[in-house]
Design a protein around this ligand. Structure first.
Ligand code: NAI
Length: 265
């Protein structure tokens, strides 16, 4: 099972500051590492301040770039305002926002609790809304910004994920709408929709289904046209493009990074 290569565009994000939510691990950390390698300063925002700080200290920073790790819950409006301000003040700007923080509370509809529904809606939808609203103030003022949202192949429908699927499809609508509102002010807004990406989240799904993570990955790879599972680096490659100036004519789009999983069978 081939892992993706890690070719980078040296210096592409030199002088840029990227804030990535839920980046203490998984996809977010993979994206943070990629943008750091390409010269960006990074703010890692996650629930646990210590985990965020440790992740920030592991980033492959280049030149004068810096990183901070901040503890914040993306569903809390006051914390969101604070981390966006801190990032701006401590790292000297805010150019890229990736709304990556996420959770799953999978259950078939008849077993899904109101809490399962509300938690998923809050973290994904309210989180995207609050972070984007806060970041756009700085981005619009400077006439420059890139927002990358995180949808999922599950947006297209996924058994046991009524809450998650609804939230992830809503993120695509949010992305299009924010693109209409913010692109005239220099802020491009796009989304990525990953398929199966190896992370704690997919390992937890394996356990929930009563499978070993390796067995689950093999099964998912077999059902994917490219015959492998994805890795955070696969998502990072697409995000680094969408967050770069090479994508300045791309806005309001959702790019599926799924090895063809969303194609008709
Ligand atoms: P993960 O579970 O490894 O990482 C998610 C991170 O978000 C964790 O560090 C967690 O602490 C943080 N987080 C959760 N709630 C938060 C909150 N309220 N405030 C701040 N941080 C919070 O998950 P993974 O796989 O890296 O997922 C990242 C994103 O990608 C999520 O939005 C997920 O829905 C999405 N995604 C993942 C796929 C996969 O196969 N792993 C596929 C499609 C989408």
């Amino acid at each position: 099972m081939d892992q993706p290569t890690q070719a980078t565009s040296e210096g592409r994000f030199k002088g840029r500051v990227a804030l990535i939510t839920g980046a203490a691990r998984g996809i977010g950390f993979g994206v943070a590492s990629r943008l750091a390698r390409e010269g960006a300063s990074i703010a890692i925002v996650d629930l646990d301040a210590e985990a965020a700080g440790q992740a920030a200290s592991r980033l492959p920073l280049v030149g004068e770039a810096r990183a901070i790790g901040v503890g914040a819950d993306v569903t809390d409006a006051t914390s969101v305002e604070t981390v966006v301000m801190q990032t701006q003040e401590m790292l000297g700007g805010l150019h890229v926002l990736m709304n990556n923080a996420g959770v799953t509370r999978d259950n078939l509809l008849f077993k899904m609790t109101e809490d399962d529904w509300d938690v998923v809606m809050r973290v994904h939808l309210r989180g995207h809304f609050l972070m984007s609203r806060s970041a756009q103030k700085y981005m619009v003022a400077q006439g420059y910004g890139k927002i990358v949202n995180v949808s999922s192949v599950s947006a297209l429908g996924a058994r046991g994920q009524a809450n998650y699927s609804a939230a992830k499809m809503a993120i695509q609508g949010l992305t299009r709408t924010l693109a209409i509102e913010l692109s005239p002010r220099g802020v491009n807004v796009n989304a990525v929709a990953p398929g199966f990406i190896v992370s704690d989240m997919t390992d937890a799904t394996a356990v929930r289904l009563g499978m070993a993570p390796d067995e689950f990955r093999k099964l998912c790879a077999e059902g994917t046209p490219v015959r492998r599972v994805g890795y955070p680096e696969d998502v990072a490659a697409a995000v680094s493009f969408l967050a770069s100036d090479e994508a300045s004519f791309v806005t309001g789009q959702t790019l599926y990074i799924d090895g063809g999983e969303s194609l008709p069978k």
